[in-house]
Design a protein around this ligand. Structure first.
Ligand code: FRU
Length: 515
């Protein structure tokens, strides 16, 4: 027996009750950050999708509001985005600007001849039976002529009251395809140079770009994907935005593409990205090479906030801190699922490529009450640094200088038996996060397997580790490499140990913040 409340995050969004997956409709409007999310309001399993809703003024502390979008005759409510229609381009806001949600209505006819039980089929099957909330919506009957020719339609809903209540547009769906399957997760943004809206939407193992003047009529402009990137799984939750190149006045376009789980292959569901240019119609990648956003297993379906004020200027990202491979097997009490920390993104050149750098937003800092200074300390194998703390949250920021060593490790001891190890190994040049002894980890063989990223050897090491009740987020090289992992220990922290093997490491500008 265990108490799942133990795992309740303190710094991360998680629902008070029930199942969540992807973040949806991330938008800033009138002093509030909005987080909508894939939500099943009646259980802790992935089922009939709704849009849940939470708001925050600092991106860390969230207040849950009523469910924003409920399933209807067009289907369940899959992922999508929200924009502010500042200039009433849609005609839906004659009086003052308001919010428009662009989401996927998902309907999948049941193929009775097939034993196929993917999660979308299960989802639709459950629509007809399980309806404890008393919502009225119908299922597509199998093999009926009335079934629409499309399975996924892109739909619009709008709100005049800061997202508190929503009206579905009567002309839904505004976009359908009779040929594409798995058309999902529209992300819309205003393309200023041409004065129109752009939608990037996943279409099977591509993404498609559409444009519109009014958010209602959409025109296909181009597709991207064939011959580029990883096609290990279906493409989902794309996002396209400009990112500044750190330390310069220039910027590039970045396309994020979440890539679904393919059970026989790889690492489960994960997110890749492409760096390139965009002319308002077409995305052109700079080079053809697979780049992953995160080397941990638990950062998926992430997208960025819309309408962050220009004077703020940040591109803020948030992902679902989970992996479809084992999301349904994880310990759940009355809630299931959490988001990653919100992270600010930028680009940094490394050799002949540009890497996304991510850092937890600065708003996080004020949640830590104690500061432990580590600067001036030298650690070795014989002389580890140890901090005894029962803190539920910690932000470990290390800078180490060395003249050669085999390994530098940070071990978070959760209990006498349970620990998570973050280590940089000099010969292999690998940074790894090991969670096989971190507590409950037997949900799926992939969960306990090591997670690692190659980081070129240097005499300076930089690590930031944010620990919360059920997660460890590691950022190395000033945000250039991220490893996001869920953990399920019986207690968050008992002691933190830093040590090196095969050489000393001198810590400078180093702190552990706890709270
Ligand atoms: C990604 C995803 C999306 C879809 C949603 C359904 O995790 O599969 O493509 O819209 O989840 O919940």
């Amino acid at each position: 027996t265990f108490d799942v409340q133990l795992y309740k995050p303190k710094l991360h969004f998680s629902p008070g009750q029930n199942w969540i997956n992807d973040p949806n409709g991330l938008v800033y409007f009138e002093g509030e950050y909005h987080l909508f999310y894939q939500y099943h309001p009646h259980s802790t399993v992935s089922s009939t999708m709704h849009w849940g809703h939470a708001v925050s003024t600092d991106l860390i502390q969230w207040k849950e509001l009523d469910v924003a979008l409920h399933p209807d005759e067009q289907g369940t409510i899959f992922s999508g985005s929200v924009v502010v229609d500042w200039n009433n381009t849609s005609g839906l806001f004659p009086d003052e600007p308001g919010l428009v949600a662009i989401y996927t209505s998902h309907l999948e006819p049941i193929d009775r001849n097939s034993q196929q039980t993917d999660r979308y089929t299960q989802q639709t099957e459950s629509m007809g039976h399980e309806n404890p909330g008393g919502e009225v919506f119908s299922t597509a009957a199998p093999d009926t002529v009335s079934a629409p020719p499309y399975l996924d339609g892109q739909c619009i809903a709008f709100s005049h009251d800061r997202g508190r209540t929503w009206t579905k547009y009567e002309g839904n769906p505004v976009l359908t395809s009779s040929t594409d399957r798995d058309v999902r997760d529209p992300k819309v943004f205003w393309y200023r140079p041409k004065g129109y809206w752009v939608m990037v939407v996943a279409t099977g193992q591509n993404v498609s770009f559409y444009t519109s003047r009014n958010l209602l009529d959409w025109k296909l402009e181009s597709r991207f994907g064939e011959g580029f990137g990883s096609h290990e799984g279906v493409w989902e939750c794309p996002d396209l935005f400009r990112l500044p190149i750190e330390g310069t006045e220039s910027w590039k376009w970045v396309l994020l593409v979440s890539t679904g789980d393919q059970p026989e292959l790889g690492n489960g569901s994960r997110t890749q990205y492409f760096v390139g240019s965009f002319d308002g119609r077409q995305f052109m990648p700079e080079y053809n090479r697979i780049q992953w956003l995160d080397y941990g297993r638990d950062n998926y379906a992430g997208v960025s906030f819309s309408d962050i004020p220009e004077q703020d200027g940040r591109r803020i990202y948030m992902g679902w801190m989970n992996n479809w491979r084992y999301a349904r097997e994880l310990p759940a009490g009355d809630w299931n699922g959490a988001m990653t920390l919100p992270r600010t993104l930028c680009l940094r050149p490394l050799k002949n490529q540009l890497l996304i750098c991510q850092r937890p937003v600065a708003e996080l800092d004020r949640y830590f009450t104690e500061k432990h200074k580590l600067s001036g300390i030298t650690v070795s194998n014989k002389q580890p640094y140890e901090l005894i703390t029962a803190a539920a949250i910690a932000d470990i920021r290390l800078r180490a200088q060395h003249d050669g060593l085999d390994e530098l490790t940070v071990t978070i001891h959760h209990t006498a038996e349970q620990y998570t190890t973050i280590g940089y190994h000099a010969t292999s040049e690998l940074l790894s996060v090991r969670r096989e002894h971190s507590g409950r980890s037997d949900f799926d063989p992939l969960f306990a397997r090591g997670q690692q990223v190659h980081i070129p050897y240097s005499s300076h090491l930089n690590l930031r580790i944010v620990l919360d009740s059920c997660s460890v987020e590691v950022f190395a090289g000033d945000g250039m490499y991220a490893i996001t992992s869920l953990i399920f220990p019986d207690q968050a922290c008992q002691r933190i140990v830093i040590q090196s093997r095969g050489g000393d490491a001198r810590l400078y500008d180093s702190f552990i913040y706890t709270g």
